[in-house]
Design a protein around this ligand. Sequence first.
Ligand SMILES: *Cc1c(COP(=O)(O)O)cnc(C)c1O
Length: 377
Amino acid sequence: MSKIWLSSPHMGGGEQKYVQEAFDTNWVAPLGPNVNGFEEDLEKYVKENSKVACLASGTSALHLALILAGVKSGDNVICQSMTFSASANPIKYQGAEPIFIDSEKDTWNMCPLALEAGILNSISKGSKPKAIIVVHLYGMPAKMDEILNISKKYEITLIEDAAEALGSTYKGQKCGTFGDFGVLSFNGNKIITTSGGGALVCNNQEDKNKAIFLATQARDNAPHYQHSHVGYNYRMSNITAGIGRGQMEVLDEHIGFRRVNNQFYKELFAEVEGIEVLKEPDSNYFSNHWLSSIIIDKEKTGFSREDLRFSMLEDNIESRPLWKPMHMQPVFKDCLFYGSNISEKLFEEGLCLPSGSNLTDSDRDRIKVSIHKLLKK
Ligand SMILES: *Cc1c(COP(=O)(O)O)cnc(C)c1O
């Protein structure tokens, strides 16, 4: 039996046309019409008047967001603990110190209460954080009203890591457009992929221009190579952007497929005591359900997260534990953390299930049979 992956690339068919165009016109260089086209597609999609800069990765977008927020060596930056390490690493690139914040139970994202506690404590020690990085994990929007209010109240730059949440909305507004900066990723297993790539969502043309300037080695306006800033090679290529343009044509359809998977899991576990599927808290939240995830209370089910993972693996079905919180990672062990044990418990009990937009009915049947083997024991 072939492997069922957690989330694998799913091409729509239109991608090759744009890549072929790049070859036909010899735009096999960085920049070019596909990059402009992909940026326009994204701007139209996420928010009217937003400005998007396409970059080499989501990680480089986060790094540039921190630079544009003025984060420098010795500064503090607040970051959601329950996330992929790429959310936090760029803080270190700037020589700044991450302060990690626990999750809340409804969305598994940043807890607004712990956030405010962390800010107040930093202020009392004389070093107000320079930026807040909030994540929309697995496509689930964070509690944006509360978090936006806190960022405004304390006048701290808000960066939204929407790498997993392209197409998700909170109160009808797309994730990645609430903060001062939004970050998107088009890595291999994300909701759409360009094989690798990312984007920075800005609120104005000036920020977008600054991001592109830094992403293209910070060349001053001169006929020779003149530099007065440190630059980066972070721009997206015209070939990559061609794949992105094709993927934009199928994005909403693919979100629909991911939501079908989520519905399938909700029904599968509806009557199972001790298993909870991550779901939208109320109608203000619309998740792209990039990854459908569950938590398993082994006291009630009689089996653990790892038992289920190994059991599915025997049937050649991939699943994965939730992200291990950053405050539990060896590389960040000396960083401050505010909250209790919510993210730790999620890590202990949580599992991401196969969620690709290319799952077939027969894949879902195989998953159901595999999971039932343990449920029936
Ligand atoms: C994938 C991901 C990133 C990084 O994006 P890349 O394009 O892989 O650099 C950042 N944050 C989160 C939450 C992600 O899932």
